[in-house]
Design a protein. Structure first.
Length: 74
């Protein structure tokens, strides 16, 4: 609920695995009518990766989220 707690910057995610990492993917809302990443809003995004993650061979160790910094305060 913080004032200015939104962004118009592009947001990206990378998934870090034990043996391989995904490429950087842009996050987009599954609802194209929504302006994603606005204050007081829940956004649902779906990503497809170039790497298989599972519990035995390549478990998820972390997630890296970044923005392109294109907008002030982003």
């Amino acid at each position: 609920n913080e004032q200015g707690a939104d962004t118009d910057s592009d947001i990206y995610i990378s998934i870090i695995g034990t043996n391989a990492n995904s490429t950087r993917k842009a996050l987009r809302s599954i609802d194209p009518s929504m302006n994603a990443f606005e204050r007081n809003q829940v956004d649902i995004c779906m990503i497809y990766t170039n790497v298989k993650f599972d519990e035995t061979e390549n478990s998820i160790q972390g997630i890296e989220v970044m923005n392109d910094g294109q907008w002030v305060g982003s």
